[in-house]
Write a protein that binds this ligand. Structure first.
Ligand code: AKG
Ligand code: FE2
Length: 230
């Protein structure tokens, strides 16, 4: 939560205006594992935070392999810390923060989901670990139709609660409007295809295991310049 709260505002991976790509009523802030690794490398984030993130997500990987009886190697594909905040008085909203979708295909109708770009078609399993619960709304829902008229189940985010599912059209899902406050989560997507494994994670592990930091290789001035640019 510390990393999400302090650094996700850099809006990593999304547009600069910080308005959510999914709804104009919310601010969307995210930070990727590679960005966190870089910030640890230059000394802006302390290494134990990254260590904790890696360990936590490795537990998720293990649990997923067990619970879903996955017999092949399950690779990390993408790790993202994401916060959504209500921008204005959203108390009357009944719409979605993130419209009903599937994670590995483009949902064209209730039954048609095409597995091609811009969808992340290689994603096989999705997990979302919630980091807080001091906000209104933001429920995770499974739906049976693309418009979200038929909700099958609703999961209220709680700190430490996780939702996990296979990433295809069999699991249409969305996020209800965040009506008040800020909702943060760690989303991790897994793949069975080694081609799409999260390369940055190996770098992060290597860096932590070997105690590598920026200070060892570069001068103070360059470091100060980089920090001032963040
Ligand atoms: O934050 C959530 O609960 C779900 C987010 C989601 O479905 C996604 O990012 O694909
Ligand atoms: Fe999703």
């Amino acid at each position: 939560m510390y990393i999400a709260d302090t650094f996700a505002s850099m809006n990593d991976g999304y547009h600069n205006d910080k308005v959510s790509p999914h709804t104009k009523y919310e601010k969307f802030e995210g930070i990727t594992l590679s960005r966190i690794t870089f910030l640890v490398y230059i000394g802006v984030i302390k290494a134990p935070y990254l260590q904790l993130l890696l360990e936590l997500t490795e537990i998720i990987q293990k649990k997923m392999t067990e619970k879903f009886n996955i017999e092949k190697q399950l690779y990390f594909s993408y790790t993202h810390l994401v916060c959504r905040s209500a921008l204005t008085n959203n108390s009357g909203r009944t719409d979605f923060s993130h419209m009903v979708h599937a994670d590995n295909c483009n949902l064209l109708s209730d039954v048609n989901c095409e597995k091609k770009s811009p969808a992340f078609s290689w994603r096989d399993y999705s997990t979302i670990l919630y980091l807080n619960d001091d906000f209104d709304g933001g429920e995770f829902v499974f739906a049976s139709d693309s418009k979200g008229r038929h909700i099958q189940s609703t999961i209220t985010p709680k700190c430490g609660r996780m939702v996990a599912f296979s990433s295809g059209k069999e699991n249409l899902h969305g996020v209800k409007a965040v009506r008040k406050g800020k909702r943060c989560a760690i989303a991790v997507w897994f793949t069975l295809d080694s081609k799409y494994k999260e390369f940055d994670r190996d770098i992060a592990r290597h860096m932590l295991d070997n105690g590598i930091t920026f200070d060892q290789y570069f001068d103070k001035q360059l470091k100060e310049f980089l920090v001032s640019q963040i």
